[in-house]
Design a protein around this ligand. Structure first.
Ligand code: FES
Length: 114
């Protein structure tokens, strides 16, 4: 089976969507190297996080989004996707995302390189 994602092993970047088909307001769940990652297009800005709440591991893919604030569907904790890590708080694991030549490219952690 071939992967639907294009990998650039030199930069650890993986294509996760086409910019044309991933409009503002959309979200997408992708599976890369055994990880479940949720991708958001918030008003044209891309955000990507592990699909696991840092509180108790619930899926965040179906969480309610209010602006850039995502609410975990399990116990209601709220996380600002514009500030995924804040000192003294539970932090989301986020991934850099860029649009390059019409492709939405997610930057994997070096440990996740295929
Ligand atoms: S698992 Fe997300 S708030 Fe508890």
């Amino acid at each position: 089976m071939t992967s639907p994602f294009h990998n650039d092993t030199m930069t650890n970047q993986v294509q996760v969507a086409s910019a044309k088909e991933f409009s503002p307001g959309q979200r997408k769940l992708v599976f890369i190297n055994g990880r479940s990652i949720v991708l958001f297009n918030i008003g044209g800005t891309y955000r990507a996080i592990d699909n696991s709440c840092p509180h108790n591991g619930a899926s965040l893919a179906g969480g309610r989004l209010d602006g850039t604030v995502l609410q975990c569907p399990a116990h209601g904790l709220r996380f600002d996707l514009a500030k995924p890590s804040e000192p003294g708080r539970l932090c989301l694991h986020s991934f850099p995302v860029d649009e390059i030549d019409g492709k939405v490219m997610l930057q994997l952690d070096s440990a996740d390189t295929p």
